[in-house]
Write a protein of this length. Structure first.
Length: 223
């Protein structure tokens, strides 16, 4: 038990310390953007399940590879908050609250949104590339995937989880998230799983850029 506790402190200790203070002092006010994202997702889920609202949500927030690129880019920011119709919405809301909330406290609301958007956009652009490559090439996708709606909040959640794991040295946690997405692709081999891997690849690139910037700042401070 002591060994597990030591491992948990090593893995999650820095993240826990960073999150606990603002939560104790400000409670829900520590993550207003995350709470707003949960409320927006819940509203969109309610609207898209109504006969009068389904097409409206599709028009403003559903992204498919068959859409014109300009339209997909216009819809992508809101697509972060449009949950998949075939999955339980409560799971998506819980993931948003937990991951977006931790990220907002640790990174700030605008960095959280930038990383979330980058992860989602990577999945969106990968779908177009994969369909252009075709099913017979590596990383290619069948033409039917052009009509599949993008992943919604899940790519952003996965990307933020990996970034937080890297930023706060919770490397095992980040590795487990990545491994789970690889297993998802191996078992299901669907567009959503591959978009998750594209999101992870984009976030790992952001991690590399961030590490390089910190190294340069450190070198300048020492000279």
């Amino acid at each position: 038990m002591d060994r597990i506790a030591r491992w948990a402190r090593t893995e999650w200790g820095p993240l826990y310390v960073t999150v606990r203070g603002p939560l104790v002092r400000r409670r829900w006010r520590a993550a207003p953007m995350a709470i707003g994202a949960v409320c927006l997702t819940a509203v969109l889920q309610f609207v898209q399940n109504q006969s009068w609202g389904y097409q409206f949500v599709q028009n403003i927030g559903a992204v498919r590879a068959e859409d014109p690129l300009w339209l997909a880019l216009l819809r992508t920011p809101l697509s972060l908050f449009v949950p998949a119709l075939d999955l339980p919405v409560w799971g998506a809301l819980a993931q948003l609250l937990l991951v977006f909330g931790i990220a907002e406290i640790c990174l700030g609301w605008w960095r959280t949104l930038v990383i979330a958007y980058a992860a989602t956009l990577a999945g969106t652009l990968y779908a177009r590339l994969g369909i252009w490559l075709g099913p017979d090439r590596p990383l290619g996708l069948p033409l039917t995937d052009a009509q599949v709606v993008d992943t919604g909040p899940s790519a952003a959640v996965v990307g933020l989880a990996v970034f937080l794991g890297w930023r706060y040295r919770a490397y095992i946690t980040a590795g487990v998230v990545i491994a789970a997405m690889v297993v998802e692709v191996l078992l299901k081999n669907n567009l959503a799983g591959k978009e998750h891997l594209a999101a992870i690849a984009a976030v790992l690139m952001l991690c590399g850029i961030s590490a390089l910037r910190h190294r340069r700042h450190r070198d300048r401070a020492l000279t």
